[in-house]
Design a protein around this ligand. Structure first.
Ligand code: AMO
Length: 434
């Protein structure tokens, strides 16, 4: 529609054509109102029954909620209207009629279960507070890309159909690839390392990762979006600087550019941009702090992974984003480098929000021999990864990087209950469609 005006742009005195969904109608007798909604907001349309063409009045008041209309008319100032203006229609067209029965109430007056909302995502996204989440997610991804570019990184796209897994054998989705076994990729890990070792040196990717994990929790998806970073001639400390810069820049961009969306979520007063300088606590310090809180039934011992309860206790204790560094080697993957002077200790790190883990990363093992040993220690046959390991024989600089879950970043930023709320069409144990 060439001459369409968004309702938020309708100014008194304008002759406009507006188009969108019927949010509600109110018939007061001699006068009636229709609220029309589009991506910019809502506007009141006034029907004065005695003064208007019957066809216009009947059409406007006869359609069901959520039908799509196009209305032409004059915009007038009206201080009693919700936005201070209203449209006096002189033409109306029903473009698409909606059923009387809707599977959920897009006005949000009646709450729906998350599963009903996800089954009817199109209608669910008509609620301003839901649409706002995805406007913010889009801004986060824009800001992340811009910040990476500012850090001299090249955006890459790596295959999602692969021959081998990297993040542990039990979490793979097998597929059939022309009669051969293949898998959906769990992480761009090996490819981004290979690209760091190419002439590109500093790379990032925003793309899907697939995890066949059994967990059905508010933090786990079976298809997630990973923001990945990898760069040469940096160590784990510089990689952490970049992770911190990315998180802060995402919050900053939302603060600068998403005030309307934050308002729709009721977060304008609460939203704060983290200041950075996230504490960098060693794994050992974390274990001690968690145990000192007395929150766990069983104290953690060195070598344990941080359980959900442990992360929560630590998050409450620290009170903001924090890194966990210097993990035990045995609970980090083969591609993470160990300290030469203490091989029990690795150069891997996590970045956590007080509510959940956001990032894993580390300095990588770039030396061929120790890399092969790492495969063997993890029970992975090095021969299956030859396409990767052989490149470590042809000049592989030291490098480091990390992966960050986009859904978790948005979920924690907006204090949502469940990562599924920050995912348009989540994939989990129960859900394969829509
Ligand atoms: P990891 O497996 O820790 O590390 O994943 C990195 C980050 O991705 C997000 N994430 C998930 N989000 C939702 N549902 C899931 N099932 C899920 N799995 C992972 C989390 C997590 O912190 N190759 C390494 C990264 C690296 O070292 O560069 C990796 O994939 O936010």
């Amino acid at each position: 529609m060439e001459d369409r005006t968004y309702v938020a742009d309708a100014e008194p005195g304008d002759e406009v054509t507006i188009a969108g969904w019927v949010h509600e109608t109110r018939d007061l007798g001699g006068i009636a109102f229709l609220i029309l909604r589009d991506r910019s907001g809502k506007i009141q349309v006034k029907f004065e029954k005695d003064e208007m063409d019957d066809h216009i009045v009947e059409t406007g008041l006869g359609v069901h909620r959520e039908s799509v209309l196009s209305i032409t008319g004059r915009v007038e100032e009206e201080e009693r209207a919700p936005t201070g203006v209203e449209v006096i229609p002189d033409g109306i067209e029903v473009i698409s009629e909606a059923d009387t029965e809707l599977p959920l109430d897009p006005s949000g007056k009646v709450d729906a279960e998350l599963s009903t909302r996800l089954d009817n995502r199109t209608l669910d996204l008509r609620k301003p507070g839901v649409k706002a989440i995805f406007e913010i997610r889009s801004e986060v991804q824009r800001a992340v890309r811009e910040t990476f570019r500012g850090l001299d990184c090249t955006e890459i796209n790596t295959p999602k159909i692969v021959a081998t897994g990297t993040e542990g054998g039990t979490e793979l989705f097998p597929i059939t690839y022309f009669g051969r076994e293949a898998f959906m990729n769990q992480s761009p890990q090996l490819f981004k390392q290979l690209m760091a070792g190419s002439g590109l040196e500093r790379v990032f990717e925003v793309g899907p990762i697939f995890r066949a994990e059994e967990h059905n929790t508010p933090r786990h998806l079976n298809e997630a979006t990973s923001i990945d970073f990898e760069a040469t001639f940096i160590d784990q400390h510089e990689a952490m600087d970049v992770a911190e810069a990315i998180v802060v820049s995402a919050y900053d961009a939302v603060d600068q550019n998403c005030q309307t969306a934050l308002e729709a979520l009721g977060l304008v007063d609460e939203f704060t941009v983290p200041e950075g300088d996230f504490p960098r606590l060693t794994y050992e310090e974390c274990i001690e702090r968690v145990n000192a809180t007395g929150e766990l039934d069983e104290p953690l011992v060195w070598g344990d992974d941080l359980s959900t309860e442990a992360e929560r206790a630590l998050g409450d204790d620290v009170g903001g984003h924090y890194f966990v560094t210097d993990w035990p080697s045995e609970i980090k993957p083969f591609y993470i480098q160990d300290y030469d002077d203490d091989p029990e200790l690795s150069k891997g790190f996590d970045l956590n929000h007080p509510r959940m883990e956001l990032v894993s990363g580390g300095q990588r093992e770039h030396r061929h021999e120790p890399l092969i040993e790492g495969f063997e220690q993890q029970g992975l046959p090095p021969a299956d990864f030859e396409y990767y390991t052989k490149m470590f024989k042809y000049g592989m600089p030291p490098h480091a990087g990390w992966g960050m879950g986009a859904e978790r970043l948005v979920t924690t930023m907006l204090d949502l209950d469940n990562v599924r709320e920050a995912t348009l069409f989540p994939r989990d144990r129960q859900r394969l469609s829509p």
